[in-house]
Design a protein around this ligand. Structure first.
Ligand code: SIN
Length: 275
């Protein structure tokens, strides 16, 4: 197994592994070590059907069931489908997945069933580096601060996110908002490193402050978190896989596909309470 770094900030392409095979414990450990080191790992030319995809995810933890996407028949799987005429997509803004949950997923494994010939790349940003590069004054200010995470911007009848896209979030009147407080700087449970932990999709303000009061600092932190020198970019082909650590990275799907289909299959792995 060989890991070739993708950028100076994060990411590595792992070569020499067939993810559909019965992986040895040693190989799973090597992949986990690479994930912890690089934040996101990529694989090419894989052949994962839905069962093999779930089997792979289970080697790293329990499967996390997405609470508000209506995306296929199997609750353990989310199919992210862009049809050729779609104008909007899932995940077009910088985010970590599902952070309104009290215990957000530790990671996601995304598989390209059908990649467009050009466009539809995914960008990733390293949130250890985003934290490390802050000034000591800003670090001191953020220490102990907690942020409110909610799914009200991305799901529910008022979010307006479903127009123009095939993969839909729940927008029925029975949907209920989930809101949780998380530290603005979290300590990674496996590496012990500190990461900036706010994102555009879910973070709506700081604890005990109005959204208006929170906005200037929150906007600054969210923009800071994806400076180009903190990022890498992944170009998809059929059979490509990205496995990201959702605790220390953010990502974004680029909405630049014109006239082509893009079909991705995602399985999320359960995580723990951010501290
Ligand atoms: C996501 O936000 O998980 C989707 C990423 C992608 O479709 O590239």
């Amino acid at each position: 197994m060989k890991a070739v770094p993708t950028s100076g900030a994060l990411g590595a392409e792992i070569q020499g592994v067939d993810l559909a095979s019965d992986l040895s414990d040693e190989t799973v450990l090597e992949i986990r070590k690479a994930l912890l080191e690089h934040g996101v790992v990529f694989f090419r030319d894989q052949h994962l059907d839905a069962e093999a995809h779930k089997r792979l995810a289970r080697r790293f933890g329990e499967i996390f069931i997405h609470p508000f996407f209506v995306a296929g028949d199997d609750p353990e799987i989310m199919v992210i489908h862009r049809k050729p005429d779609d104008t909007s997509i899932v995940g077009f803004e910088w985010h970590s997945d599902t952070t309104m949950a009290p215990e957000p997923p530790m990671g996601s494994i995304l598989y390209a069933v059908k990649a467009p010939p050009v466009g539809g790349d995914t960008l990733f940003a390293n949130q250890y580096v985003a934290y490390e590069r802050l000034s000591d004054g800003m670090k001191d200010m953020l220490d102990g601060l907690r942020a409110v995470h909610s799914d009200r911007r991305v799901a529910g009848p008022d979010s307006g996110r479903n127009a123009g896209r095939t993969t839909k979030a729940r927008d029925d009147s029975d949907w209920c908002e989930t809101m949780t407080l998380h530290p603005v700087v979290r300590t990674h449970p496996e590496t012990g490193g500190k990461c900036l932990y706010v994102n555009h999709s879910y973070t709506v303000g700081f604890e005990n402050m109005t959204e208006g009061e929170s906005k200037p600092l929150l906007d600054w932190l969210m923009e800071w978190g994806h400076r180009p020198e903190f990022t890498c970019r992944f170009r998809w082909h059929d059979g490509s896989v990205a496995f990201w650590d959702n605790r220390c990275t953010k990502h974004l799907a680029v909405n630049d596909v014109v006239g082509h289909e893009r079909i991705m299959r995602r399985v999320q792995i359960a995580g723990d309470k951010p501290v």
